[in-house]
Ligand binder design. Structure first.
Ligand code: APR
Ligand code: PHB
Length: 401
């Protein structure tokens, strides 16, 4: 088989790239290790920046999102037992975010791909990439006991943190930056109304908590837990009791509890790969970087990588210009490091670190107090939370040039 672009991985990055390329008339095949149901069963963050909404609209998958997504113009920071609202809209000239689960984004992209009858090879075993230091790369895999090879012009590595693409790059050609945090997030999904109409990020001496949501009837809550905890140790009752301890009196009273429909523990990590292009191989999304989930930047970064990559590949395949390809890595990394910095900072501010002591808790509370009472502090928080514009830094660079 031959195609222009082989996309490895059918998570949100791979599916979104496939959809944008299809609309521009570029042929692509997606090769995915898992089944569609498995891909849909992974529950992840669900706060979309305006830039991401624009990319999804450009991809033509915005209908259900616009109908069912919840527009939020602010969120609450909770510390020292009291809540303070960060008014995103007032602080950023009217910007907002949309709460719409990653599962739903993935489902919309899968449906669009199916309607267009595009090729996705699910449950592909032993996926390998070849010749990406040449202009004739290829991807091989096994399916139903048979070996297959797809020849192409470009390979898009959208295969997540544990994928094969980044792992195939020679060690001397790649640099990886990593920080692993000494705690995890225990998440619970439940068919109960959210405790509050907006999100609540809570700093408490017992650890961080987050009250999020998927709809008016479905809630998503998280608790910071030690990395040694196992999900089986946490009964639903234990989860709700601990969550109440970390909330303010009003939220504690208003919390509606119910059986969990999903419960899992995720580790927290900051991770970046430099560069993101190796000849005819391009990494995008979690294959190239991971953020801790505080601030929900993961899917948003994946969407902007895909925007830059699709622009570059369309230029290369349709206009036969390599300019976009040559700038891909640097363009993405400038944006990625800004979001990595914000996610690391927000994580450091909100969590209880094993070695921080009482003075560390006081420092965090004093910084939060500054943030919510200073216009400059609140604005910095809001500007980063809603997401920096796609061309951030570019205009600055040209005026200083
Ligand atoms: N061959 C083929 N497919 C693979 C391989 C492989 N060797 N390894 C992994 N995959 C697939 C995975 O099964 C998964 O479906 O690649 C896909 C990668 O999807 P994600 O991990 O969801 O990564 P990405 O699409 O970049 O999405 C980024 O996910 O983790 C969140 O916060 C992150 O929201 C962001 C989003
Ligand atoms: C979520 O709803 O899963 C979520 C929301 C906001 C975050 C992280 C996760 O910062």
């Amino acid at each position: 088989m031959r195609t222009q672009v082989v996309i490895v991985g059918a998570g949100p990055s791979g599916l979104l790239l496939g959809q944008i390329l299809y609309r521009a008339g570029v042929d692509a095949v997606i090769v995915e290790r898992q089944s569609p149901d498995y891909v849909l069963s992974r529950i992840r963050a669900g706060v979309l920046e305006q830039v991401t909404l624009d990319v999804l609209t450009h991809a033509g998958v915005d209908q259900r999102m616009n109908k069912e997504g919840l527009v939020h113009t602010g969120f609450d920071l909770l510390f020292k037992g009291a809540r303070h609202r960060i008014d995103l809209a007032a602080l950023t000239g009217g910007q907002k975010v949309m709460v719409y689960g990653q599962t739903e984004v993935t489902r919309d992209l899968m449906d669009a791909r199916q309607s267009a009858a595009l090729t996705t090879i699910y449950e592909a075993d032993d996926v390998q990439i070849h010749g990406f230091d040449t202009t004739k790369p290829s991807v091989s895999y096994r399916k139903d006991g048979k070996s297959h090879t797809i020849e192409c012009d470009f390979i898009a590595g959208c295969d997540g943190f544990h994928g094969v693409c980044r792992a195939s790059v020679p060690k001397q050609s790649i640099k990886e930056f990593e920080k692993v945090y000494p705690f995890g997030w225990l998440g619970v999904l439940s068919d109960t109304p959210p405790v509050h109409e907006e999100l609540i990020y809570a700093n408490s001496p017992r650890g961080f908590a987050l009250c999020s949501q998927r709809s008016h009837t479905r809630s998503r809550y998280y608790l910071q837990v030690p990395l040694t905890d196992k999900v089986e140790q946490w009964s639903d009752d234990a989860f709700w009791t601990e969550l109440r301890h970390r909330l303010d009196p009003e939220a504690r009273d208003q919390l509606v509890t119910g059986p969990s429909i999903e419960k899992s523990i995720a580790p927290l990590r900051s991770f970046v790969t430099e560069p993101m292009r190796f000849g005819t191989l391009f990494l995008a999304g979690d294959a190239a970087h991971i953020v801790p989930p505080t601030g929900a930047k993961g899917l948003n970064l994946a969407a902007t990588d895909v925007k830059y990559l699709s622009d570059a590949l369309i230029e290369a395949c349709v206009e036969k210009s390599h300019a976009g390809i040559d700038h891909y890595s640097a363009r993405c990394l400038a944006r990625i490091w800004r979001a990595e910095r914000f996610s690391w900072w927000f994580t450091s501010l909100m969590h209880n670190f094993p070695d921080q002591g009482e003075i560390g808790q006081k420092f965090q509370e004093a910084e939060l107090d500054y943030l919510v009472h200073s216009d400059a502090g609140s604005r910095t928080m809001a500007e980063n939370y809603v997401g920096l514009p796609l061309n951030f830094g570019e205009s600055l660079r040209s005026t200083h040039a």
